[in-house]
Write a protein of this length. Structure first.
Length: 113
DNA sequence: CGGCTGACTTACC
DNA sequence: CGGTAAGCCAGCC
């Protein structure tokens, strides 16, 4: 049951509930890969669009989007989040309101993957 | 094997 | 709160 690092990251990404957001570093942590925030970003960037990943629920540690305000990516992310009820203000999301706080059950489930 | 890269993070000023 | 610098570490030539 040893999945590769990027498989773990993908599994973790799929665990993010709709309407919640998480940071790159947080995903890496939950995937059991502390300090690999950049790897999470690389996975998302390289991931083909055919694979359905909730990349729009992933932000920087500050809650800011990973993209430049006004970019096509940022606009798309803002729209996708809006559809889930997540409010993006000034290119950033309030982590205190929408930040994902995994429950113990979520973590235990993740450990099985 | 070694150097470069980056959808990151933290510390400082 | 914005801007800079340095740390970080796997992945990819």
């Amino acid at each position: 049951m040893s999945l590769s690092a990027h498989q773990k990251i993908i599994n973790t990404l799929l665990c993010i509930p709709a309407g919640k957001v998480a940071s790159y570093g947080q995903i890496a942590d939950l995937a059991g890969l502390p300090g690999r925030a950049r790897l999470v970003g690389k996975i998302l960037r390289d991931a083909p669009s055919e694979i359905k990943l909730p990349w729009h629920r992933v932000l920087r540690s500050s809650g800011r989007l990973a993209f430049e305000s006004g970019s096509a990516q940022a606009n798309l992310q803002r729209d996708l989040l809006a559809e889930e009820g997540v409010e993006v203000i000034g290119n950033k999301v309030s982590l205190s309101h929408y930040g994902w706080q995994p429950s113990l059950a979520d973590i235990l489930f993740q450990l099985e993957q």
